[in-house]
Design a protein around this ligand. Structure first.
Ligand SMILES: C[S@@+](CC[C@H](N)C(=O)[O-])C[C@H]1O[C@@H](n2cnc3c(N)ncnc32)[C@H](O)[C@@H]1O
Ligand SMILES: [Zn+2]
Length: 563
């Protein structure tokens, strides 16, 4: 237990690069866990399926799989990842869309080429949000073959203004649909509401919204099953097409934060170019999944179908009540929400309103810590306990319940472990390991925010007849508090950041809590003691963060000048 072996994470394969979902986990870690705890033909279940990693990796390993998520966007994305696609028909559908729409949508981005004077197209337009004026334009010219960044001409502002003025009339005349959905109050949406952004469509420029509406209405004319995959491709564009896109140095970033946010210098991406790029990404992802899983994949409508030749059941509902018989699943491999780290429902509304005729997601059963939804750590622990209790019921005796977890708040980790114990699970001596972050993604915007938590702990619980483990081998509570005190003092002396220090301390705190679930008062004391020590050092961490941010800001400014 003390060694905490590490599994190195690998970057996403093409199947996971088709569509954004928040907090997708490293495929190779999940693959290893599935292999470790099951054999070909077994049934794996993920009650918090998210972006579909457990589902896809199970199918790749010839395991049958049940994936469940309360968020319908998760179910849609996972179904699109797993279901086979006739890639030739898909390319045919693209040709039809290109022939009907390319010229029209590109004309919305016409701009004079500064090199040859002919018509080029903007690939992106950078706006100064405060003045709603154009700052810079990246253009591509088919006439002279040049690309670059130019300062705007008056004609560029005139074109944008004309499209804006004619927007309502064009939408009405052509009977184009787009979601006219009000943004509901929420922990993550209030920042928008406070800034006068009251509808989701305010997150787009009028030009982007018009182009998206034209594209979406065309896609809706396609026949099934192609329409679903085209909608999926369309939906995958949305990460890139709102005013939440921006430049990080010379890199174009789509919406990458776990919060809604319009940057002071926002980026308006050419919707047509984005669609073509996302089409390529989906084509690559589907080739990958066709090659890897199409032969084994058979969709199930109900659990019983898995006993016959079906291999994949995807359900869009809460896992606190599962339509599965008891003792029917060989292993559970999952990744629950980490407290309030990601508000999946609130964030996924941004996509779902397009896919569901403007409706927002029902969030009452989501396991999350969220003030607006009136869910504190208590309600969160309660939902986790209900879901884990269902997992315990449907698992075969002796089956493994494997879950990744982490949080910047030790009390949230304790809630997770407590929920597993209340459900009846026991953890054994080798049941905790550490998974380092995917190196390639530690530079993403979210991960770069100082203090962001990027690695995960992996917990392996078992469904034993004898119930919860009662081992108490790590000494008494006062010795353990002294140990935590030493870890914090040492970490501060060595200038560790808050998240680095948490990582070191958790490697002691987590096993302690996991082995002392029968004495919850000790767990609570240890967790609170640790958090109080961290609070005592909050000024130190704040100053340290400021210094790091300043260095990053300077680097950012330097690289920005090079654009
Ligand atoms: C961390 S994500 C899973 C990420 C996933 N393992 C992946 O790699 O993409 C957690 C998921 O739990 C879902 N969730 C939250 N409460 C739920 C509930 N009561 N029942 C089912 N799913 C729930 C959220 O919608 C979210 O998609
Ligand atoms: Zn040119």
């Amino acid at each position: 237990m003390t060694g905490l072996p590490t599994i190195e994470s690998k970057p996403h394969t093409p199947v996971y690069k088709m569509h954004k979902y928040f907090a997708r986990r490293p495929w190779n870690v999940f693959r290893e866990l599935i292999q470790r705890h099951s054999a070909a033909g077994d049934i794996i279940m993920d009650p918090f399926m998210g972006g579909g990693v457990t589902v896809v990796e199970s199918l790749r390993l010839k395991r049958k799989v049940v994936g469940i998520d309360v968020n319908p966007l998760a179910a849609f994305i996972t179904r699109m990842e797993a279901a086979p696609l006739d890639t030739e028909c898909f390319q045919q559908a693209r040709k039809i869309i290109v022939s009907r729409l390319k010229e029209e949508i590109q004309s919305l981005y016409a701009t004079k080429c500064p090199d040859c004077g002919k018509t080029a197209y903007a690939d992106w337009v950078e706006w100064k949000e405060a003045e709603r004026s154009i700052n810079r334009i990246k253009y591509d010219c088919n006439h002279c073959g040049r690309s670059g960044v130019k300062v705007p001409l008056p004609a560029d502002a005139t074109l944008a203004k004309r499209i804006e003025n004619e927007f309502e009339r064009t939408i009405q005349e052509r009977r184009l649909w787009f979601p006219n959905t009000e943004i509901p109050p929420g922990d993550k949406t209030n920042s928008l509401l406070n800034n006068g952004i009251t509808h989701f469509h305010h997150l787009y420029t009028r030009r982007s919204l018009l182009a998206l509406a034209i594209l979406f209405n065309e896609i809706n004319q396609a026949d099934q099953p192609m329409r679903e995959f085209l909608k999926f491709t369309f939906s995958s564009c949305l990460k890139w097409c709102s005013r939440q896109s921006h430049l990080r140095g010379a890199i174009v970033e789509g919406w990458a934060m776990h919060a809604y946010w319009v940057y002071p210098n926002s980026l308006e991406l050419n919707v047509w170019n984005t669609f073509e790029r996302r089409f390529d990404a989906v084509a690559r992802g589907k080739k990958f999944s066709n090659d890897e899983i199409a032969g084994f994949y058979r969709a199930a409508d109900a659990f019983d179908d898995l006993k016959r030749d079906a291999s994949c059941l995807i359900l869009s509902r809460s896992s606190s009540n599962l339509p599965l018989p008891e003792n029917s699943v060989d292993a559970v491999v999952t990744d629950p929400p980490y407290g309030g780290n990601v508000n999946y429902g609130e964030l996924a509304d941004y996509w779902w309103i397009w896919l569901c005729g403007g409706k927002i997601i029902e969030k009452s059963e989501e396991a999350v810590i969220n003030r607006t939804q009136r869910k504190s750590i208590r309600e969160y622990e309660e939902v986790l306990t209900n879901v884990f209790t269902e997992c315990f019921r449907v698992l075969k005796p002796g089956g493994a319940f494997v879950s990744t977890f982490n949080s910047k708040n030790a009390a949230v980790v304790t809630a997770f472990i407590t929920a597993a114990a209340k459900a009846g699970f026991a953890i054994d001596g080798n049941g905790i390991s550490y998974q380092a972050p995917i190196k390639a993604y530690t530079t993403t915007f979210h991960a770069m925010q100082v203090g962001a938590f990027v690695g995960d702990f992996i917990f392996t619980f078992k469904k034993h007849d004898h119930g919860v483990s009662t081992t108490t081998t790590i000494g008494n509570i006062s010795d353990f508090r002294n140990k935590l005190q030493d870890i914090v003092s040492e970490g501060i002396k060595n200038e560790l950041t808050e998240s680095q220090l948490r990582e070191v301390a958790y490697k002691h705190l987590i096993p302690y809590v996991a082995l002392h679930t029968s004495t919850p008062e000790n767990c609570r004391q240890a967790t609170e003691f640790f958090e109080s020590k961290m609070r005592e050092s909050s000024t130190h961490f704040k100053n340290q963060r400021r210094a790091i941010i300043e260095v990053r800001r300077r680097t950012y400014r330097r690289s920005n000048l090079k654009v």
